[in-house]
Each structure stands twice: as structure tokens, then as C-alpha cells.
Design a protein around this ligand. Structure first.
Ligand code: ZN
Ligand code: ZN
Length: 60
């Protein structure tokens, strides 16, 4: 067996995001641009902060 799927998780709450979940946003870190930040709809709604695992940038 090959092709292990890495499940994306929210960069704010670390919850696993299912592929069918709506309202999820993905974008590159605005500071280093090397890390893909993923935020679930809930964290967007509440404005939870995220932290870039690479450069430590935090943002809303
Ligand atoms: Zn979240
Ligand atoms: Zn970064």
C-alpha cells in the first residue's frame, strides 16, 4: 500500500479538516510564504490566531 494521505489540520485549533468541510481557507504564511496555513470555518468566525510553525508569525 502506498499513497498515504496526510490529513490537513487547522493551524489555529489543530483540528483535522475533512476534505468535504466547507468554509476552510488555505493560504501561504504572509511572513515567510513557505508554510501553508489552514484555518477552519470556526476559527475564521471567531478570529482565532494562528502561528506559523516555521517562522513563528502569528496573525488573525
Ligand atoms: Zn480551527
Ligand atoms: Zn511563516
Amino acid at each position: 500500500m502506498s499513497g498515504e494521505i496526510t490529513m490537513p489540520s487547522c493551524s489555529s485549533c489543530n483540528r483535522i479538516i475533512s476534505p468535504s468541510e466547507e468554509g476552510v481557507t488555505k493560504f501561504s504564511c504572509p511572513n515567510c510564504g513557505e508554510v501553508l496555513i489552514i484555518r477552519c470555518a470556526k476559527c475564521r468566525y471567531f478570529g482565532n490566531e494562528y502561528e506559523c510553525p516555521k517562522c513563528g508569525f502569528t496573525g488573525p
